[in-house]
Design a protein around this ligand. Structure first.
Ligand SMILES: Nc1ncnc2c1ncn2[C@@H]1O[C@H](COP(=O)(O)OP(=O)(O)OP(=O)(O)O)[C@@H](O)[C@H]1O
Length: 460
């Protein structure tokens, strides 16, 4: 056999002949095969070796065939390492006993006397199970680390204005509950940041925070993205896939841009929220879901309800607690704190010595209306830090255009440059489609992601 052997097997049985015969056969297929007559040695063996499969007899004492020793040792093995894979050795007629043992955590059983090929097949599939358990365990650990890192990354919400202080108090009060939260605010005001802060301060913090940008999901992919699909349920469904609801089970689901959902999709979403169960596309099986729901939008949902563009019953389901984040122009007092926070961050990121913002630059920032809110401020500071040659940021490091802030800005001829025209056009089209990214991107002849890149670039 040219394949390299791998896998460590432990066989525990009081029959020495059986042990020897099994070892002789199995050592041709596995890297290590240890045999042991006395089950009392199992804990010591397990502390020295990480076995992939343990083959365990059910009865060790002469004339005892109750299987109780097998159950006892199975339980001990699983206590020592809950991910152990145990295959039981049972005599013909002991099937009931084996079934009971599988319920107690054994993986499989082999009947004595066994056919060598059958034993090998059982051990190979037990090993595959062990490998997938290890992969799942590693993924769980990685997932926890990622969640931790994400939680920490978003730990700092800057703001000392009374409006922000009130928001901090609300976060404190609602985080511990499971109440649905609706966050309202213009683009770039920090809606996602607040949603993450709620998750981080909730009892679900060790579980997933799953965000979905409803504005960028097409009608056709909505159900598959949110509820998952079964392989073959549509042309592109190459594999079974869990949807965002399932992925956020026991954690928090953040539905961003909820105001952009069409009426039919609102109805579908409402049904799932009411039933608290999802079925993957192409499957009838319903999976119960336990999620904390946080929604966000920059759209005027209450007006939309009046105009029959947003379902009132959906609004009432998602807005148990409402948090309205004021735009930056309504809390200018937060600008210095935020600007200095970003200055420190980007100076360190780009290894620059700049460490101060001049009064003139601050005045200029106070005069700017910040249509892209904190995201725009963040980008303005980043750009200024990159371009600056001194230790102090000056007014000229901030190149605000006169049109910025006006919803429908008109440019004079001398202000025309390609970027300004592009910015103006994007604003107009977005306004026309009430912020719906998919429709705006189609009209502009862009993909959704390139439109997002431009929005990011211009702080829109
Ligand atoms: N109070 C704050 N303190 C520090 N950083 C902030 C604050 N608010 C927002 N930010 C930063 O501004 C950027 C935009 O924030 P976020 O994505 O949460 O906004 P949003 O309202 O969800 O935007 P959109 O509506 O475009 O999805 C992020 O980089 C975020 O870290």
């Amino acid at each position: 056999m040219s394949e390299t052997k791998h896998g460590k097997i432990l066989i525990v049985d009081d029959n020495e002949d059986l042990l020897k015969a099994a070892k002789m056969h199995l050592k041709r297929h596995f890297a290590q095969v240890d045999i042991e007559k006395n089950p009392e040695a199992i804990p010591a063996l397990m502390s020295n070796e990480d076995y992939d499969v343990i083959l365990l007899d059910m009865n060790f004492t002469k004339d005892v065939s109750s299987g109780s020793e097998g159950y006892y040792w199975l339980e001990r093995i699983l206590q020592i390492d809950p991910s152990s894979v145990v295959v039981l050795i049972t005599a013909y007629g002991d099937i009931q006993m084996a079934v009971k043992a599988i319920k107690a955590g054994a993986t499989d059983f082999v009947l004595k006397p066994w056919e060598n090929e059958k034993l090998l097949a059982t051990l190979y599939s037990a090993m595959r199970l062990r490998e997938s358990r290890d992969v799942i365990e590693n993924l769980k650990i990685k997932n926890q680390e990622i969640n931790q890192a994400l939680n920490n990354r978003f730990i700092e919400i800057i703001g000392q204005s009374p409006a922000m202080q009130k928001i901090f108090q609300t976060i404190d009060r609602v985080a511990k509950t499971d109440a649905n939260v609706l966050i309202l605010g213009e683009n770039g005001t920090g809606k996602e940041l607040i949603a993450r802060a709620i998750h981080k301060n909730s009892s679900r913090q060790g579980e997933n925070f799953v965000g979905v940008d409803l504005g960028s999901i097409t009608e056709t992919l909505f159900e598959s993205e949110l509820f998952g699909h079964k392989k073959g349920s549509f042309t592109d469904a190459k594999e079974d896939r869990a949807g965002r609801f399932e992925l956020s089970n026991n954690g928090t689901l953040f539905l961003d841009e909820i105001g952009n959902l069409s009426m039919p999709l609102q109805a579908k979403l409402l049904t799932v929220l009411q039933n608290r169960k999802v079925s993957r596309v192409g499957s009838n099986k319903e999976t119960p879901i336990n999620i904390r729901l946080i929604c966000a939008t920059n759209m005027p949902l209450y007006e939309m309800v009046k105009e029959n563009r947003f379902r009132q019953d959906l609004l009432y389901r998602i807005n148990t607690i409402e948090i309205e984040i004021p735009s930056l122009r309504d809390r200018f007092e937060d600008i210095p704190l935020l600007a200095n926070h970003f200055l420190k961050h980007y100076a360190s990121k780009y290894e620059k010595t700049v460490n101060k913002i001049s009064e003139g630059a601050m005045t200029r920032m106070h005069k700017h209306p910040w249509p892209g809110n904190i995201r725009e401020l963040q980008h303005a500071i980043e750009r200024a830090v990159i371009l600056s040659n001194s230790n102090v940021l000056q007014p000229e490091d901030f190149n605000f255009t006169p049109s910025a802030g006006k919803e429908d800005g008109q440019l004079s001829l001398e202000q025309y440059n390609l970027e300004e025209v592009e910015k103006l056009l994007i604003r107009k089209v977005l306004k026309k489609y009430n912020g719906n990214i998919t429709q705006a991107a189609t009209e502009l002849g862009l993909t959704r992601s390139s439109l997002y890149r431009r929005l990011e670039k211009y702080g829109l």
